[in-house]
Design a protein around this ligand. Structure first.
Ligand code: ADP
Ligand code: GLC
Length: 466
């Protein structure tokens, strides 16, 4: 089967969050299962495109109010485990960012160019797998735009990684979409605007979300799309994300300070923690709590300054945060530093290497998310023997079992200051129970969150459609 993933992000080429990790690893596992799984993504101006070589596969022109020349490039000397193709539209996509204010035109052009190329591939037994709203108009275009008539019988699948963002744009821009029978315009609309995510939910053959619990939650809370998801529920299913266990492997990870296995976890984690504590001036005798991620409301970040202040005042812990997002949150987090000198620090920004060292060196990973469609951080932390302290939402609920229930993590029901503080206290108590703490962190390293099961679940889903 030919599986065509179309996405704005793909690790290691361009990553903003977990979408990149998923699109960068699922195709590899699908290829290992014998399928021809490929990725199409934009050609950005970044370190990866500067440092690699590419060859041209196809060149053409697309219309988006005016003509734009575009090329389809492929990565030469590719060792990723799947074929990777880029849509190169120099004027629109070759930028040093992934998302910005001009996304409507940029991603519309990307989708049109990608489909123009798919159209001329003329491959049998193909499925088109779209990820999030940036590729949400593709299922509509495949089934309703005259140009893509030949793709009508090709199944399209949408995976919702995050329903908060829907790609809304005004009806004034509808003429940018290739021609279609205007009686179908309702398929593009939700609440009087063009809504690419809603259009994809309506037009794709199947809709998946990245965990079973998130699928259920969306029917109640989906930033305005609840009714639509309830209505389309027969074609919706939650499939839990996996992780790339080759990239996320403490035994071979080239980013971390000292590699380790389950057998050498004691010395391995100790060395990574020691490096972090030295680098960030933290007390290494205390349990080290960490947060890695986007500083936005969904991650509970609005409460961090208060939660951290409370926990650092009440408990003997060290705390390190790696992330960026809302400036006011960043400022409040920085402002806490003098008060908790020697036990608290932050790195405001994005740093892939540091994130790996933190997964390896921390004792506990905090994820008090309000919304977490899947969450990959908790799975990375488990694999590196770092105990997750998480809220009971979405994918966190599906991957972390509380120690109260014979599990291996700590969960809190509400994202409230008191509840998170209580969870941190429970984690500190666990840390004091040295033998239990060490037993759990060793045990969690062998929990299997690789893609093996979920890559197969996606293939079964495609097979049910072709
Ligand atoms: P989301 O996609 O909602 O941001 P996920 O848990 O699915 O959340 O994935 C986040 C991914 O981004 C993980 O690979 C995490 O390690 C990484 N990440 C997030 N923030 C940073 C950062 N500031 N520096 C390095 N990596 C980060
Ligand atoms: C989104 C979600 C996150 C999920 C990721 C990959 O960014 O916020 O929970 O893990 O996509 O599917």
């Amino acid at each position: 089967m030919n599986i065509i993933h179309i996405s704005a992000e793909c690790y290691p080429i361009a990553k903003v969050g977990g979408l990149a990790d998923v699109v960068g690893s699922l195709p590899k596992y699908q290829s290992e299962l014998g399928e021809n799984s490929i990725v199409i993504m934009p050609f950005y101006d970044n370190a990866f495109t500067k440092n690699n070589t590419f060859e041209t596969h196809y060149a053409s022109v697309l219309n988006l109010g005016r003509d734009y020349h575009f090329k389809v490039l492929s990565l030469k000397d590719n060792t990723l485990g799947y074929d990777l193709f880029f849509i190169d539209i120099p004027e629109l996509l070759f930028k040093d960012y992934v998302y910005s204010e001009d996304d409507t035109e940029r991603f519309l052009a990307f989708q049109i160019a990608a489909l123009n190329w798919v159209l001329q591939l003329k491959k049998e037994n193909t499925v088109v797998h779209c990820h999030d709203h940036h590729t949400g108009l593709i299922p509509f275009m495949m089934s309703h735009c005259y140009t893509y008539e030949a793709l009508k019988a090709t199944p399209s699948i949408l995976t919702i990684h995050n329903a908060q963002y829907q790609g809304w744009f005004s009806h004034d821009k509808v003429h940018l979409i290739p021609k279609f029978d205007l009686s179908n315009i309702g398929l593009l609309d939700w609440d009087n605007v063009i809504n690419p995510l809603a259009a994809a939910i309506k037009c794709s053959w199947r809709v998946t979300t990245v965990s079973p619990s998130y699928m259920e939650e969306l029917k109640e809370k989906a930033n305005g799309l609840e009714r639509l998801l309830q209505h389309e529920s027969a074609k919706c299913v939650g499939i839990l994300n996996g992780i790339d266990t080759d990239v996320w492997n403490a035994e071979t990870d080239g980013f971390i300070i000292k590699n380790y296995s389950q057998k050498t976890i004691l010395s391995g984690k100790k060395a990574n923690k020691a490096w972090l504590c030295k680098e960030f001036n933290l007390d290494s005798k205390r349990p080290l709590f960490a947060f890695i991620g986007r500083l936005v409301g969904e991650k509970g970040a609005g409460l961090f300054p208060e939660i951290f202040d409370k926990a650092l005042s009440a408990d003997k812990i060290s705390l390190l945060l790696l992330g960026s997002g809302h400036e006011s949150i960043q400022d409040s987090l920085q402002a806490l530093k003098p008060k908790h000198k020697g036990v608290y620090n932050t790195f405001i920004g994005y740093d892939e290497k540091l994130s790996h060292i933190i997964y390896a060196g921390a004792d506990f990973l905090l994820m008090p998310s309000r919304v977490e469609p899947c969450g990959l951080n908790q799975m990375y932390s488990l694999r590196y023997g770092t105990i997750p302290v998480v809220s009971s939402v979405g994918g966190l609920k599906d991957t972390v079992i509380d120690i109260k229930n014979d599990g291996f993590g700590i969960r809190h029901d509400q994202v409230k200051i008191e509840d998170v503080a209580e969870a941190i206290k429970r984690a500190t108590n666990l840390y004091s129970d040295d033998s239990r703490f060490k037993k759990i962190r060793k045990q969690i390293m062998s929990i299997d969150h690789s893609w093996n099961a979920s890559a197969k679940a996606y293939i079964d889903l495609y097979n049910s459609l072709t």
